[in-house]
Design a protein around this ligand. Structure first.
Ligand code: PEP
Ligand code: MN
Length: 337
């Protein structure tokens, strides 16, 4: 970090800053200028909040260099992380599409959707068995029965399964069924849950909180990784803004920025990002165009009767059309689908 002393800071003030830096086992490199003294502080400042130096007399500004996220940072690992999942690689040149209903509702719905999305080229089947609903009176998901239906659909199609886990207690049970654990937007900063999935070796799709910054998303990834699980995907799913015509504002800035800051795969979720089925295809293409490694898309055989997120769900034939449209786009970008 860089500490700039106030104009006219005394030798005693500079001395006490230097002493404090040394107490923290960091190395101060002072540069004595005509107006300001600047002190470059070098070392592993993991437990140091730079702003605390502002409490010392004579200190004007403190600037952190380097990122607070270390394991998730591209500075630490320049190569893209590739997550291998029995034949499917997430984060490689091939785009990975995850598709399926918001909630697992029944056997027919699940099997019908699984076959349809597989046929269209999806490689991972989504479906929530534990649903984080705004109202406690809304459908909360089928629970264990839902996980069993997902497993049956995997058996029938060969698709891998992604499903949400909402509590640390449920991590072992959900891990028995899921190939990828989904951390929902509302749980992005549930640190107990992040620690719990971090202690498994299951790949994790970490969704950005609807009111979370990109920095906070990366710090949450850091929680998972610092527990030993490096198989993390970052998911942009839209943030809250003042705009009421869409459910969220799909923050596409996050996609190339996350790719720049981190080596982890980035997945776009245009379904929750927009909340409207008619915007899903254009925004899916936009996410791919700006560098997403994959997409997660809600598909339902009858969106008009879906128990959750019908308005943003694609009918299977519309999903199939989107997959066809994505192929030449992927190719133009030097990727495959
Ligand atoms: C979902 O994927 O159905 C979901 C609940 O997403 P989010 O956590 O992004 O709202
Ligand atoms: Mn949903």
């Amino acid at each position: 970090m860089i500490v700039v002393m106030k104009k006219g800071a005394t030798a005693a003030e500079i001395g006490s800053l230097i002493a404090r830096v040394e107490e923290l086992d960091l190395t101060p490199h002072p540069i004595y200028g005509e107006m300001h003294t600047v002190i470059a502080v070098v070392g592993e400042a993991v437990n140091v909040e730079p702003e605390m130096f502002l409490q010392l007399p004579g200190v004007e500004t403190v600037t952190r260099i380097g990122h607070q996220f270390k394991l998730a940072s591209r500075q630490t690992m320049p190569e893209d992380t590739q997550i291998a999942l029995n034949g499917t690689v997430i984060g490689g040149s091939k785009l990975v599409v995850m598709a399926g209903p918001c909630s697992v509702e029944d056997r027919t719905q699940m099997l019908e959707t699984a076959h349809a999305v597989k046929e269209a080229g999806a490689r991972i089947l989504r479906g929530g068995a534990f649903k984080p609903r705004t109202s406690p009176y809304s459908f909360q998901g089928m629970g264990l029965k839902g996980l069993e239906l997902l497993a049956e659909a995997r058996e029938a199609t060969g698709l891998k399964i992604i499903t949400e886990v909402m509590t640390p207690d449920a991590v072992p049970m959900v891990s028995q069924y899921a190939d990828i654990l989904q951390i929902g937007a509302r749980n992005m900063q549930n640190y107990g849950l992040l620690n719990a999935v971090g202690r498994t070796q299951r790949p994790v799709l970490l969704k950005r909180g609807m009111m979370s910054t990109i920095q906070e998303l990366l710090m949450s990834a850091e929680y998972i990784m610092s527990n030993g699980n490096y198989r993390v995907m970052l998911c942009e799913r839209g943030i809250r803004t003042f705009e009421p015509m869409t459910r969220n504002t799909f923050d596409l800035n996050a996609v190339p920025l996350l790719k720049q800051l981190s080596h982890l795969p980035v997945i776009g979720d245009p379904s929750h990002g927009t909340g409207r089925w008619d915007l899903v295809a254009p925004m899916a293409k936009a996410a791919v165009a700006c560098g997403a490694d994959g997409l997660i898309i809600e598909v339902h055989p009858k969106p008009e009767v879906a128990i959750s997120d019908g308005p943003q769900s694609l009918k299977p034939e519309r999903f199939a059309q989107l997959m066809r449209d994505l192929k030449p786009l992927a190719q133009a970008l030097g990727r495959e689908l």
